[in-house]
Design a protein. Structure first.
Length: 464
């Protein structure tokens, strides 16, 4: 069997991909869902043999022509245990500057495309093909909705991803499946979540506040409702419409992802959701989606700013074309991709005012710090040394992409539906939103986060 055939066979053996093929008759609709699954992490293509629409469509046609018996066997919907262990939802949503390591050159191009569309959106272009959502610093992550297999409402934590998924239909289930903080939190989520009247779908969101957690505090002479779900303290004027809703509510949650399917084994995720058609309004639950809304019109780039950003993106694209080979090499080698990702996170954790990345730093990290096998400890530095100039240029490109990302973020940050603060010595110090997510028409998602400020902080903050 040739390398390409081996890759294709491994791809079709992936439960999520084979299930997608079996459920589609339109190859482009299939490719759209498959690319969305790749982007949010629910589809793991270890060999990276199908990273763009053209390759996915080719595989679709090839395997639709396979024998019915083979297709039936390969396309069996995986059990919920298998699906959910592979899914990881959008916990692995890609940073704009990391897409080239994770999904190779096609990931790099997709990243540029989404950023270009964000520029179009913020220039007032009606032709933009991207949605923007705000990342809220909520905690814990919760899931709620209807199990399509039994029609029952349930709530869950990240233990929905366990090998033995933990779904909670009753308080007794919560006591059995959880301890500590989650055992205290989930009964309220179950009690009040039922009042949303969800009839279908499973929704993932971040808890913003629970009973008794909303306090009143004057900020610049104005009475605000404040709550701190994780690192950021959120503040909303008490007499605003949002403030009145929050004051009356028992719990608050921001939803960002919906899962649908005929069975738990065939669920697919969707980041573009319409909550108004899926949930009832109830005074006991303050809920909102995460879509970015510029009601003030202040988050708009000038013509000069747009020209500058497009010039930067053009330069980045040109440099990226010259590094296509090393991008694809890193993404196709699991050991190299893992080393690159862990090295970047390591540098972020230990960074001062700037993030300094280099080929020599990567080699030193793998040889002396990274927890890995002796084989990888030799193989990855060898690959880097053989391509040291290209790897250094990748890191230079990484900095250029991150710089454009920060320009986009600063403009988006100019609009806030809530005040954002950090607690320092008992005082509230103004800060920025955690970040944003760009979602294209195919459902591909790109994370825009200031890694020095929030990624670094969140390594040490986790209630889940």
């Amino acid at each position: 069997m040739t390398d390409q055939k081996l890759i294709e066979q491994r791809l079709i053996d992936e439960g999520v991909l084979s299930d997608l093929i079996s459920r589609h008759t339109d190859p482009f609709a299939f490719a759209k869902d498959a690319m969305a699954a790749i982007s949010n992490g629910s589809l793991k293509l270890k060999d990276r043999g199908a990273a763009n629409v053209r390759e996915l469509v080719a595989i679709f046609y090839k395997h639709k022509k396979s024998s019915k018996k083979t297709l039936k066997e390969s396309a069996k919907a995986p059990s919920f245990k298998k699906y959910i262990s592979e899914a990881k939802a959008n916990r692995h949503m890609t940073h704009a500057e990391d897409a080239m390591y994770i999904n190779g050159h096609s990931g790099f191009l997709n990243s540029l495309c989404i950023m270009d569309n964000i520029v179009r959106t913020l220039s007032g272009s009606s032709n933009s093909k991207v949605n923007i959502t705000t990342k809220f610093d909520g905690s814990p992550v919760v899931f709620m909705g209807i199990n399509p297999e039994n029609g029952k409402f349930f709530v869950a934590s990240k233990k929905i991803f366990n090998k033995e998924p933990k779904l909670n239909y009753t308080n007794a289930d919560i006591d059995k499946n959880h301890t500590g903080y989650l055992q205290q939190v989930l009964p309220d989520v179950l009690k009040y979540g039922k009042k949303l009247g969800i009839r279908s779908g499973i929704f993932q969101g971040d808890m913003m506040f629970l009973p008794g957690e909303v306090k009143t505090k004057k900020i610049d002479g104005e009475s605000n409702l404040i709550f701190k779900p994780n690192t950021i303290v959120y503040a909303v004027p008490e007499d605003s419409d949002m403030g009145k809703q929050i004051k009356a509510a028992k719990i608050g949650i921001v939803f960002h992802t919906e899962y649908t399917g005929a069975s738990m084994g065939s669920l697919s995720s969707n980041l573009k959701i319409d909550l108004d058609s899926k949930m009832k309004k109830t005074k006991d639950v303050f809920w909102m989606d995460a879509y970015f809304r510029d009601v003030s019109g202040t988050a708009t780039f000038t013509a000069k700013e747009v020209a500058g950003l497009r010039s930067d993106l053009k330069e980045i694209r040109k440099i990226g074309m010259s590094l296509k080979g090393i991008m694809n090499t890193v993404s196709k080698r699991g050991d190299a991709e893992a080393a690159m990702s862990q090295y970047i996170n390591y540098v972020v954790r230990n960074a001062g005012d700037e993030i300094h990345l280099s080929a020599d730093g990567l080699i030193d990290y793998v040889e002396n710090t990274m927890k890995t096998s002796n084989v990888r400890r030799i193989a990855v530095p060898e690959l880097v040394r053989d391509n040291i100039r290209d790897v250094d240029n990748l890191f230079k490109l990484h900095r250029k992409i991150a710089a454009v990302k920060l320009v986009l973020m600063r403009k988006l940050e100019s609009v806030k539906s809530m005040g954002h603060f950090l607690e320092k010595g008992g005082d509230l110090v103004v800060t920025k939103p955690e970040g944003f997510v760009g979602i294209d028409v195919a459902g591909n998602a790109l994370k825009l986060v200031d890694r020095l400020e929030f990624s670094k902080a969140n390594f040490c903050n986790n209630k889940n």
